[in-house]
Design a protein around this ligand. Structure first.
Ligand SMILES: [Zn+2]
Length: 165
């Protein structure tokens, strides 16, 4: 029953999730707690993560792109979860057109999906977002949360990087 309620809540939110604005320096997180599963979806313009939004042209740019991908594939560096929740991360999925050989010109985004299974989800009441420290070009992260306590939205900044529910 809880799953049905959660699915309905996500479906009702679909229009807002589907068309996020592309604003440099801003990113979006969708955080969902469902039973013992925690999932976080990140969407950000590449500018805020990399400083450019086209195929890399120099060895240094290629290296920067790879370093960004490596960082984003390590959720333990990006999200601090309450230790008491006992969460185990699953492999991250990081996608962007920039990783393809024929990256389009113009504004490009990146999407990443993170999932954990938590031994004591009742202890899962907050997450500290470390994306600002890893990616200093990020200035604002808009958060949408859905979980057993209901829905909540928030705006995180480098000075206020924690989201609680
Ligand atoms: Zn852009």
């Amino acid at each position: 029953m809880r799953l049905i309620a959660l699915t309905l809540a996500l479906a009702l939110n679909a229009p807002a999730f589907a068309a996020p604005a592309h604003v440099h320096g801003e990113a979006r997180l969708e955080i969902a707690v469902d039973g013992d599963n925690l999932s976080i979806h990140l969407e950000s313009p590449l500018d805020g993560l990399l400083g450019f939004e086209r195929a890399p042209r120099t060895p240094a740019e290629k290296q920067a792109m790879q370093a960004m991908k490596t960082t984003l594939e390590a959720p333990e560096h990006l999200f601090q979860l309450p230790a008491a929740a006992g969460c185990t991360a699953r492999p991250a999925e990081v996608e962007s057109a920039i990783f393809s050989a024929k990256a389009a010109a113009g504004h490009l985004d990146l999407d990443a999906d993170y999932r954990w299974q938590c031994a004591r989800p009742v202890a899962l009441r907050a997450v500290e977002i470390r994306l600002f420290a890893e990616f200093p070009r990020l200035k604002l992260i808009k958060v949408d949360f859905v979980g057993p306590t209901g829905q909540k939205s928030g705006r995180l900044t480098p000075q206020q990087p924690s989201f609680a529910w």
